[in-house]
Design a protein around this ligand. Structure first.
Ligand SMILES: [Mg+2]
Length: 245
């Protein structure tokens, strides 16, 4: 049975804000600015590829509390440089710190969104109360939203840092309900992370839309699954029709 929703909770990174394209753009620029070839990293493409692998692995650990923000931020580029074949004796600690600082400054100021994001937000805006719920770091998430010009669509940004709990844990959803006035029965969660966004919301009693553009196979039961963000409109439209009919 379908049910009408009043509240939509969106994840930000990889769901609306195109983390991969934006971070790749910055890393490519930094590769040439700092001439990483001279440390033995053969190409910008190799560097980007190793960043994606390492960063995703670190974020998976961060999401379940195996590592903290400090570790993630401080060790990230050391691991990426190592994996990309850098001669580590040439890579000084201060340089890695500076590199990380540059990445953190420039990356959230990139503005590329996932395909269909604006179209969907524009269509839903005004019909639902919309919120961001993110495990991303407090100080960068609002910069990303401002630079990609999507901040005005949302009533609130819920961050795990403010909540004191990360998705998939109930604590962040409790916090979100409290600060938005929403309830799980009339809410739907849209996100790209099966564990954090989708299972998190499901276990909390919220319906979910799993945004799975790569079509990754899984065995979880989810309310809806989509490959393109624009499919959200059909789902919400259908529900409006059910509600009115
Ligand atoms: Mg995400």
């Amino acid at each position: 049975m379908s049910k009408p929703y009043k509240y939509i909770f969106f994840d930000l990174d990889h769901t609306l804000w195109d983390f991969d394209s934006n971070s790749s753009e910055v890393l490519r620029e930094l590769y040439f600015t700092y001439d990483l070839g001279k440390y033995g990293i053969e190409s910008a493409d190799l560097f980007l590829e190793r960043f994606v692998q390492t960063n995703n692995a670190l974020w998976a650990k961060y999401n379940v509390g195996e590592i903290d923000k400090f570790y993630l931020r401080n060790q990230r580029f050391r691991l990426v440089f190592e994996d990309a074949g850098a001669i580590m004796t040439l890579v000084e600690e201060m340089f890695l710190k500076e590199f990380n600082k540059q990445f953190l400054h420039h990356s959230p100021r990139k503005s590329k969104l996932m395909d269909g994001a604006i179209e969907v937000l524009e269509a839903l805006h005004g019909h639902y109360k919309m919120f961001i719920i993110t495990n991303g770091f407090e100080e960068v998430q609002s910069i990303k939203m401002a630079h990609s010009k999507i901040d005005h669509y949302f009533d609130r940004i819920i961050t795990s840092e403010k909540a004191g709990f990360k998705k998939p844990f109930a604590g962040i959803f409790n916090y979100a309900m409290k600060w938005t006035g929403a309830n799980p029965e009339e809410s739907i969660m849209i996100g790209d992370n099966l564990e954090a966004d989708i299972k998190g919301a499901r276990d909390y009693g919220m319906d979910q839309i799993y945004y799975n553009p790569a079509g990754i196979a899984h065995n979880e039961s989810v309310t809806h699954e989509i490959k393109n963000l624009t499919e959200i409109l059909a789902i919400m439209d259908h529900l409006a029709a059910v509600k009115n009919g």
